[in-house]
Write a protein that binds this ligand. Sequence first.
Ligand code: ADP
Ligand code: ASP
Ligand code: MG
Length: 483
Amino acid sequence: MGDSLLVMKFGGTSVGSPERIRGVADLTAQMAASRPTVVVVSAMSKVTDLLLDTLRRGEAGDQQAVEAGIQNLSDRHIGAARELLPADRQEAVIDQITVILDGYARIARGMLLLRERPVRAVDEAVTVGEQLSALLIAELLQSRGVAAARVDAVGVIATDDEFGAASPLMAETAERARATLGQLLDSGIIPIVTGFNGSTLSGQRTTLGRGGSDFSAAIIAAALEASELWIWTDVDGILTGDPRVVPDARVLESVTYNEAAELAYNGAKVLHGRTLQPLVDHLIPVRIKNSFNPQAPGTLISDRKSEGHNVGAITSFEHVTMISIEAVSLTQSGAQLMSRALAVTARARAEVLLLTRSSFRQNFCMLVRTEDVEDVIEGLREELALELAHGYVHPFEIDHSVGLLASVGEGMKGTSGLAGRLFTAISARQINIIAIAQGSSEITIAIVVRADRLQDAVRAVHEECNLGSTGYRPLESTREPVG
Ligand code: ADP
Ligand code: ASP
Ligand code: MG
């Protein structure tokens, strides 16, 4: 199937309003006219936040907020249907919207009643955002005479049962995808697939983690061995820094899978952290494009290294927490403590973003996402209960007010003195460096600073590496001429 197959994913802002949905339909019809195309869609922007928040309000017993949330969701999607669709299709589609939202409302009201928010029910409920946007886009295309069908990813992506952050079962997914999507493509129908979700082998709905529609699209592209994946978003591609932090950030023409993966993993929101995993083996190239500016070439992600880079881009992560653990006496093995602590993070399914160790003090620090901290600390207290009770280990130090920045680039490999220059640039702005780490791949240097100076530090490094729109110069050439 793969020869010319294109998988396109549209993110939340790209489907955020009736006007934007029209743009998506234009782009879809245009591409599908020349090659087989599968479309993967996110929920309309802010809808997933609202869906989740409404469930939280249910658990807290706030009936008014639950009803207001449901009404808001209904108004937004029914309003879009009225604006987008011809009069004779509106009522039938509004009925479908109502059925989908009734399912959601039942779960939200159930949570209100029980004051509980079970993960499985959350996954079941939250995927309605993508079902609604897929419905609107498929209906709009059909009303224009373009053959398209809404496809619920429940029947396409098979996952494990890690609700809230499921992983795909690729062999099963390939089978399902070929059966469902292959059949539609063979009949000349464009599948409009819901992003963000899949189902366990027993058919229970799962989600792939926030921002997971990128991952959905990659899973589907790999399963169908597509020739390309295009991710449509609201910026011109991958930039040298988050444009909200670095105003003069520049669009990168191309990056390698490794660079893109490191950027995503270290907080660049433009890509879900796991997006590239399914694609690398098949060498499926990805293009990040701007649905607000479709003519722009975007950024190509492939296995090709571009010339002349050392640092490609700088990312940052605000919501991280540093946990420090220290043995009281030097007879307690720090290495052993560390291995037990790492086992705890693995059980809690928390990623350790950075790990540093002082062998002299028998102390080590782990940086984890703030959302994972509670589980990790609970696990650590259990695992080290005896040591804590007997005073063999100091009480853990938990520091929420830190941030992580990472500079990423294939060209950093073997470039001596680079780390020193980054530290100097940060220190010159009176910003303390709390921890540093260079990944084993040598294409990332990660630096932890105080959260309130994180953005300053990102700008300092961006500037030091000459990444701004004033033009890229490799680091070497910026040194003062000698003599
Ligand atoms: P979508 O809804 O299309 O999935 P996201 O909001 O998830 O879009 O991701 C796009 C956003 O990522 C951009 O608007 C930008 O603010 C942010 N971003 C952060 N870092 C970068 C970066 N290095 N390059 C491009 N965008 C970035
Ligand atoms: N709608 C989901 C979210 O907001 C998935 C996505 O947009 O990628 O997390
Ligand atoms: Mg996203």
